[in-house]
Design a protein around this ligand. Structure first.
Ligand code: SAH
Length: 379
């Protein structure tokens, strides 16, 4: 809490923190070539190494028979310093949902959640160690911000998940799935506020979309960047020229309640956040998502559904859809999720006013892996 009794916001860490060693995934292909040149190696080795990492998901020198044997170890060490070490893996949904706990080079821990759906595989990635946004209903917010994750730390979550999938670690193929498989969808809904780590996150998004072997060759449309509402950063996003999906965590249409639920609302009000989301749509033509965690007797009133619909409709039609999610329990929180009947009523009110609304499927509650539950505890 700050001196004014309100939860503190942390946009940056107070102490200087060190970032992990530079990894190939931090660099463009051109930068990788330059780095190898410094090591006295021909630039085509950069491409070979990139194929191993981005296409075969390997950093094991023993598997890199196309590289000179005597320099393999040294090359791998220079290109792929260890970033994420798996500490714990919890599975649920018959193995279709896995939560990973990773330890980073400095001992920080983060989590990612891998989910198999019919015809797609989604990875929920973390972008910061902890989070400085202090939202009282989210477990991540309770421990504060340790540091930003590097671009390569963000990407290595995907590479490691792809390796697990390739080894058959995410259950078998389901009807509609095609081998070989890998992560198809990314949501920046793990630990952290992605727009508070703007540069590294955007570089990671580029690398996800870059054609292999510079990057992963994923479709930008399948990448969702979610924010608590950092308005100036939302405006920057609209100019990125990458067709990813944008999601705003609104949770309340009125400032009186949003001030309480989302401390950053003291800086940028609900209307400003909605305006910025609308501008994102106007500039990119990409429909935006509004996230809304339904909390019993807090934000699930009929009048708030109506007010939200009115505010969205006032800006235009067809530009937005609403994604309510029943609140997931977090330790120490007194709040619970809305009753199913109230949830249905709330959705119907929005739909009655012409706002497409879909209840978000929530996964991983049993393993504390659902939205708002990631705390990276080792217990
Ligand atoms: N900081 C970003 C992304 C991480 S959270 C953001 O706030 O958007 C991803 C989503 O989970 C956000 O919409 C967040 O508000 C929501 N969330 C947080 N705690 C939750 C909880 N206890 N139950 C359900 N959703 C929650």
């Amino acid at each position: 809490m700050g001196a004014d009794g309100r939860p503190e916001l942390q946009f940056a860490t107070k102490k200087r923190v060190t970032q992990p060693p530079t990894h190939f995934a931090d660099l463009t292909l051109e930068e990788r070539q330059a780095k190898l040149k410094e090591l006295g190696l021909p630039s085509f080795r950069a491409k070979q190494l990139s194929v191993h990492y981005f296409q075969h998901y390997t950093t094991d020198p023993a598997l890199m028979s196309d590289l000179p044997k005597e320099r393999r170890e040294e090359l791998v060490e220079a290109a792929f310093p260890t970033l994420l070490t798996e500490v714990k893996r919890l599975a649920t949904d018959d193995g279709a949902t896995i939560k990973f706990l990773w330890r980073l080079f400095d001992g920080s821990t983060v989590e990612s959640v891998l989910m198999r759906y019919p015809g797609r595989i989604t990875l929920c990635v973390s972008s910061q160690c902890g989070c400085g946004m202090n939202c009282p209903f989210c477990a991540t917010g309770q421990s504060g911000l340790t540091r930003n994750m590097s671009t390569a730390e963000i990407l290595d979550q995907i590479i490691q998940a792809n390796r697990v999938i390739a080894e058959g670690g995410l259950g078998g193929l389901r009807p509609g799935d095609h081998a070989p498989e890998r992560v198809t969808n990314i949501v920046f809904m793990g630990m952290g506020e992605p727009l508070a780590n703007y540069k590294r996150v955007m570089r990671a998004v580029h690398r996800m979309v870059d054609e292999a072997p510079e990057g992963l060759g994923m479709s930008a449309r399948n990448i969702t960047v979610s924010t608590v509402g950092l308005v100036p950063a939302i405006r920057k996003l609209a100019d990125e020229n990458l067709p990813f999906t944008f999601a705003l965590s609104l949770h309340a249409p009125d400032d009186e309640l949003r001030d309480e639920l989302i401390p950053v609302n003291s800086r940028w009000k609900a209307d400003e956040a909605i305006d910025a989301a609308y501008e994102y749509y106007a500039k990119t033509g990409r429909r935006v998502s509004i996230e809304y965690a339904l909390i019993k007797d807090m934000n699930d009133h009929a009048w708030r559904a109506d007010l939200l619909a009115d505010k969205l409709n006032a800006r235009g039609k067809g530009w937005v859809h609403v994604n309510p999610i029943p609140l997931n329990p977090t330790p120490g929180s007194v709040w619970t999720s809305s009753e199913p009947a109230v949830t249905r009523m709330w959705i119907e009110r929005l739909e009655a006013k012409g706002i497409p609304t879909t209840l978000r499927d929530t996964r991983g509650k049993e393993i504390d892996g659902a939205c708002g539950q990631l705390a990276a505890s080792e217990a």
